[in-house]
Design a protein around this ligand. Sequence first.
Ligand SMILES: [Zn+2]
Length: 238
Amino acid sequence: MVTHFDLGDIAVDVVQKDIKNIHLSVYPPAGKVRISAPLRMDIDTIRVFAITKLDWIKRQQQKLREQARETPREYLDRESHYVWGNRYLLKVIEKDTAPEIELKHNKMFLQIRPATSDGRKQEILEAWYREQLKEAVPLFIAKWEPLMGVKVERFFVQRMKTKWGSCSPHSNSIRLNTDLAKKPPECLEYIVVHEMTHLLEPTHNSRFIIFMDQFIPKWRFYKEELNRLPVRHENWDY
Ligand SMILES: [Zn+2]
């Protein structure tokens, strides 16, 4: 059974079927809202449920709009780039020497040879982010190995589209998303600990959660933070 109601300017589709719990989803690309509800639940109850979730719905829709707006980086002056959770304004310097990136105050100086393509600029920047992670990650691993009683044999830093990290318990290795260098260091630590916890427990079961609560009591906050903070394009006026 499919019904429909409006909450202000938000249209909600309601699908009632043989399920136990009410469930709300916001779908890309347009942020369409759909509620799945048990058959016998009356529409007023469903409407009240939707109203209590209104803030969440709006946040999800906003997120989807931002993703849709995301444009490729152009590596122009004043474009903002994030390093360890801080925002830097790009300043491109063309110079016929080896490329270099330097942070000074709130600026990121990208020194490149004249006529460097956007693709190459992106590679230079990615490599630089990878280096930042390669410096930071061993410190966290060294801190947590004795506390957790595990050993990380190898770690890799790479572009990952849908995950912040992954773990191969068989080879005692972990993989980390290059974009973590754009987030606050606490978020990186949370992901490193999350992946290391998989050396103790491969799945996200209750045992895993108990470990995480013990190691990083605020891990839910960092998880939220990782999903919330902007990573990519944003114009920054100052
Ligand atoms: Zn995991």
